[in-house]
Ligand binder design. Structure first.
Ligand SMILES: N[C@@H](CCC(=O)N[C@@H](CS)C(=O)NCC(=O)O)C(=O)O
Length: 204
C-alpha cells in the first residue's frame, strides 16, 4: 500500500497513525498539498477530488478522504467496532470531525502556519474560527470528562480522526490549557502501543 500525503498535514497523518497502531506495512509518498500539484491532471486521474491523503492499494485502486481511508484500513481491527450502535457512534464523531472540528481548528492552523494562506487571515475570519474552534473543543471536553475515548471506553478510528488537529490546535492559536480532559485524552492516545508522532514514516 502507498499513502500519498504531506507530512505536515493532519489529514495525511490520520492513516499513517492508524497503520502504525495496527502494525500494517505501507510506503509513504511525500506529496505537497501546498503547491497546486494535487490539482494537476496526473494527480486528478488518481483522485478526482484533488486532495490528500490518497491511498493506493496493492491492486492499483485508489481511495481518498481520510475518514474513508481510516474505515478501509481499520477493517478487522479493534479500531473499527462492528456492533451496530458502537459503529454508528464512531461515525457520529467522524462526521463531527469533518463538519465542525477540521473546518475550524485545522483551517485556523493552516492560515496561521502557511504564509500563502495569510491573505485570508482577516481579524473577522480569525475571530470566527477561534470561536467555532473553542466551541468544538468544549464539546470534546464534555464528552471526554465522561469516557476515556470519544466514542466510548475504547479507542476507535474516530479518535484517530480527531487526534491530529487537536494535537496541533496550539499552532492555530488555541490554548488547550483549559481543556484538561482533552489533554488527558491526547496523552491516552500517545500511550497506545504502536503510537508514532506526525513526522514519522516507516523505514524504507
Ligand atoms: N475531507 C478531506 C480533506 C483533505 C484535505 O483538505 N487535504 C488537503 C491537505 S490537509 C489538501 O490536499 N489540499 C490541497 C488542495 O485542496 O488542493 C479529508 O479528510 O481527507
Amino acid at each position: 500500500m502507498r499513502i500519498f500525503g504531506m507530512l505536515d498535514s493532519g489529514n495525511c497523518y490520520k492513516p499513517r497513525l492508524l497503520l502504525a497502531l495496527t502494525g500494517q506495512d505501507f510506503v509513504h509518498v511525500e506529496q505537497s498539498t501546498r503547491d497546486g500539484s494535487t490539482r494537476a491532471p496526473g494527480f486528478l486521474a488518481r483522485n478526482p477530488i484533488g486532495q490528500c491523503p490518497l491511498l493506493e492499494l496493492d491492486d492499483g485502486r485508489f481511495l481518498a478522504e481520510s475518514g474513508a481511508i481510516l474505515h478501509y484500513l481499520a477493517a478487522g481491527t479493534a479500531y473499527l467496532p462492528t456492533e451496530r450502535y458502537a459503529h454508528a457512534a464512531m461515525l457520529q464523531w467522524m462526521f463531527f470531525e469533518q463538519n465542525q472540528h477540521e473546518p475550524a481548528i485545522a483551517v485556523r492552523r493552516a492560515i496561521s502556519v502557511y504564509p500563502e494562506r495569510q491573505a485570508v487571515a482577516t481579524p473577522e475570519r480569525m475571530g470566527q474560527l477561534m470561536e467555532r474552534g473553542l466551541a468544538v473543543l468544549a464539546v470534546m471536553e464534555r464528552v471526554l470528562a465522561q469516557q476515556d475515548f470519544i466514542a466510548g471506553p475504547v479507542p476507535t478510528i474516530a479518535d484517530i480522526a480527531l487526534y491530529p488537529y487537536t494535537k496541533d490546535a496550539p499552532e492555530g492559536g488555541f490554548d488547550l490549557g483549559a481543556f484538561h480532559h482533552v489533554m488527558q485524552w491526547l496523552g491516552r492516545i500517545e500511550s497506545l502501543p504502536g503510537y508514532r508522532p506526525k513526522d514519522w514514516t516507516p523505514a524504507a
